[in-house]
Design a protein around this ligand. Structure first.
Ligand code: APR
Ligand code: PHB
Length: 389
């Protein structure tokens, strides 16, 4: 088998890159380890920057997103009963769109059905070879047979646990990591969202987040100890905790109901440099992770895809490899700004087990400053809607 760009991983990064390349007549094959249903069973965040919405349009897969995505012009933050509304559209001229990552991924899988063989699921033992030469290839197992896929370039879009990052020699790779002493317990419930905008709450009981997927489907989270297990969180316990953490105004109107999904995720910041080695390019979670406060995970994956897509288009257009060579630096410059923002939002909005009274006062002062200072709100808004590509 031969293709121009071999893509490891059929999450949103790999599928979007493949779909975009197709629009420019550049061939690709996506190798995904799991089944489509498994990938679509993962519930992830749901706030899209304008950048990824534009990429979905350019890829010709935005019909449902344009119809069902909910445009938001603001976001709110509370500290106890003190609420701050950030009017992101007035401050930046931009909006964010609420549309689940799962739905976006489904749209990309559906579009791929038009080209049999472009996305291979249940491709196992995926192993890149000769990435430091100009003839890289990948070996893998599919339908019980071993295959070899020759290509010009490899895109490593295989998430945090993938094989791609490991191909960069350990002596040439630098990893930066920060773990947080809590996780997020999240539920999906078929109830009307309590807030028409995304609401981040810091309270004496810890962090809570009110989000949504549509007018009838709510997505809510609470900060929990890392040692907690989902089984310890009955629906009743979740609603009880959640209500105590959001402002009374919201708690009073909250509609509760049975959860249809429940999961706990740890919070982590992680970056691996460089994002390119020879003919291998890393995109998305394969190279970096952000804590979800700020909703930057998918959006940062999308900016990588944007840079790599344009670099490949430039190369296949006129043979100029400059943009491919600049990929790692360009992607990392934006990644680190998203890392900073996500760390800042996480620090501002959570209660840390080792937080001193001094730390708490500083956190309160920062929230007060944000409430009173339009420049501070603008900084938050500009980051929230997404920095330019
Ligand atoms: N071979 C083939 N596929 C693999 C391998 C492998 N060795 N290892 C992992 N994969 C697949 C996974 O099964 C997964 O479907 O790669 C895919 C990676 O998808 P994601 O983890 O969703 O990563 P990415 O596409 O970069 O999306 C980033 O997802 O995790 C969220 O917060 C993150 O929203 C962000 C987005
Ligand atoms: C979500 O809707 O799941 C969501 C929203 C905002 C975040 C994280 C997750 O910051």
């Amino acid at each position: 088998m031969r293709t121009q760009v071999a893509i490891i991983g059929g999450g949103p990064s790999g599928l979007l890159l493949s779909q975009l390349l197709k629009t420019r007549g550049i061939s690709s094959v996506v190798l995904e380890r799991r089944t489509r249903d498994y990938v679509l069973g993962r519930i992830r965040a749901g706030v899209l920057e304008e950048g990824i919405v534009s990429l979905m349009r350019e890829a010709g897969v935005s019909e449902r997103l344009d119809r069902e995505g909910i445009i938001h012009n603001g976001v709110s933050i509370s500290y106890g009963s003190d609420e701050i509304h950030i009017d992101i559209t007035r401050l930046t001229g931009a909006t964010v769109t609420v549309y689940g990552q799962t739905e976006l991924t489904r749209d990309l899988y559906d579009a791929a059905e038009a080209d049999p063989g472009r996305v291979l699921t249940e491709a196992t033992d995926v192993q890149p070879h000769d990435i430091e030469t100009d003839r890289p290839y990948i070996t893998f197992t599919h339908d019980g047979a071993e295959h070899r896929l020759d290509c010009d370039y490899i895109a490593g879009c295989d998430g945090f646990h993938g094989v791609s990052r490991q191909q960069i020699p350990a002596s040439k790779r630098r990893e930066f990591e920060k773990t947080y002493p809590f996780g997020w317990m999240g539920i999906l419930s078929e109830t009307a969202p309590v807030s028409h905008e995304v609401h981040y709450a810091n309270s004496d009981q810890g962090f809570a987040l009110c989000s949504m997927r549509n007018q009838h489907l709510s997505r809510y989270y609470v900060q929990c100890p890392l040692t907690d297990k989902v089984e310890q969180w009955s629906d009743a316990r979740f609603w009880d905790e959640f209500k105590r953490r959001i402002p009374e105004r919201l708690a009073d109107t909250l509609i509760t109901g049975p959860s249809i999904e429940k999961s706990i995720a740890p919070l982590r910041s992680f970056v691996s440099e460089p994002m390119r080695w020879g003919r291998l390019f890393l995109c998305g979670d394969a190279a970096h992770i952000v804590p979800p406060t700020g909703a930057k995970g998918l959006n940062t994956a999308a900016s990588d895809v944007h840079y790599l897509y344009h670099a490949l288009v430039a190369f296949y257009g006129d043979g100029n490899p400059d943009a491919l060579e600049a990929y790692s630096d360009k992607a990392l410059a934006r990644v680190w700004k998203a890392e900073r923002f996500s760390w800042w939002m996480t620090s501002l909005l959570h209660r840390f087990p080792d937080q001193t009274d001094f730390d708490l006062r500083v956190q309160q002062a920062e929230v007060a400053f944000l409430r009173e200072n339009e420049a501070a709100q603008k900084v938050l808004a500009e980051n929230y809607v997404g920095l330019p590509y």
